[in-house]
Design a protein around this ligand. Structure first.
Ligand code: NDP
Length: 247
């Protein structure tokens, strides 16, 4: 198994892409820490994992309003596991699709807090645990609008651009060894967030979260030790198979 006995924390793992990534990691032997806002959703993911023989621990935490609890979470993880191999900053919110002229200030700050400040704070606070892993990987989930702003995508586009930029900064500060930091752009994926952004779209035309999860497995694995400060598109990895299948 590709992630045998690795410890991986995935934010927003109660649904959508985060859930699929957490399940894939567990299937590949990782002990997965499920962090998210809604406890019942995390429990559902945990049940799905344990029913298939996987290992998971849930950490209910609101990344908008309870960031002050992150140091306490880091301490608990240190006492239980001693280190962390992978951190996936996946949790995110869309805000509204509104012209900037009319964008609500409070909502702007909420989007920035969940999509940018939380990944920064989690990465910084968990860095001592990540540094205890021989091959640690931080994966930040961005979007196509991170690299090219788009009308009406307001705070979301700005937040993902900031996250992509911050990833390059983390990578620049760990250039050759130590913790590596990269982004994944899932591309349009069949989740609740996508439905909210494109209510008229037929979800059946979109890849599932399970299909886009493969690139996360690659970046978390020891096959990606030289990948640093890169922006990977999940679309390019949808047919990727484990090396045992012939890579
Ligand atoms: P979902 O809305 O399905 O999942 C988002 C997850 O983030 C949920 O589990 C949610 O938990 C969690 N979350 C939101 N706010 C908070 C918070 N304050 N504290 C803790 N957890 C929180 O969306 P996706 O799976 O589609 O999105 C996952 C990532 O992929 C996001 O970063 C998104 O921007 C990105 N992305 C998605 C694309 C798509 O087409 N789906 C395309 C490009 C990027 P809860 O449900 O409990 O609120």
């Amino acid at each position: 198994m590709i992630l045998q006995d690795k410890i991986a924390l995935v934010t927003g793992s109660g649904s959508g892409i985060g859930q699929a990534v957490a399940e894939l990691f567990a299937q590949e032997g990782a002990w997965v820490i499920l962090l998210g806002r809604t406890q019942s959703k995390l429990e559902e993911t945990s049940d799905r994992i344990t029913q298939r023989g996987g290992r998971a621990t849930i950490v209910p935490l609101d990344l908008e309003n309870s960031l002050n609890r992150v140091p306490e979470v880091a301490k608990a993880l240190y006492e239980r596991f001693g280190h962390l191999d992978t951190l996936v900053n996946n949790a995110g919110i869309l805000g509204t699709l509104t012209p900037l002229d009319h964008y609500d200030t409070i909502l702007w700050e909420q989007v920035m807090r969940v999509n940018v400040t939380a990944p920064f704070f989690l990465t910084r606070e968990l860095m001592p645990l990540l540094k205890k892993s021989p091959n640690a990987s931080v994966i930040n989930v961005v979007s196509t609008v991170a690299f090219q702003g788009r009308a009406f995508w307001g705070a979301y586009a700005a937040s993902k651009a900031a996250l992509a930029n911050m990833t390059e900064t983390w990578a620049g500060e760990n250039p050759r060894q130590g913790v590596r930091c990269n982004t994944v752009n899932p591309g349009a994926t069949r989740t609740a967030m996508r439905r909210t952004a494109y209510p008229g779209e037929d979800p059946a035309t979109l890849p599932t979260p399970q299909e886009v999860a493969r690139v996360f497995l690659y970046l978390a694995s020891d096959f990606a030790t030289d990948i640093r400060g890169q922006h990977l598109n999940a679309r390019d990895w949808m047919t990727w198979r484990q090396p045992t299948d012939g890579l």
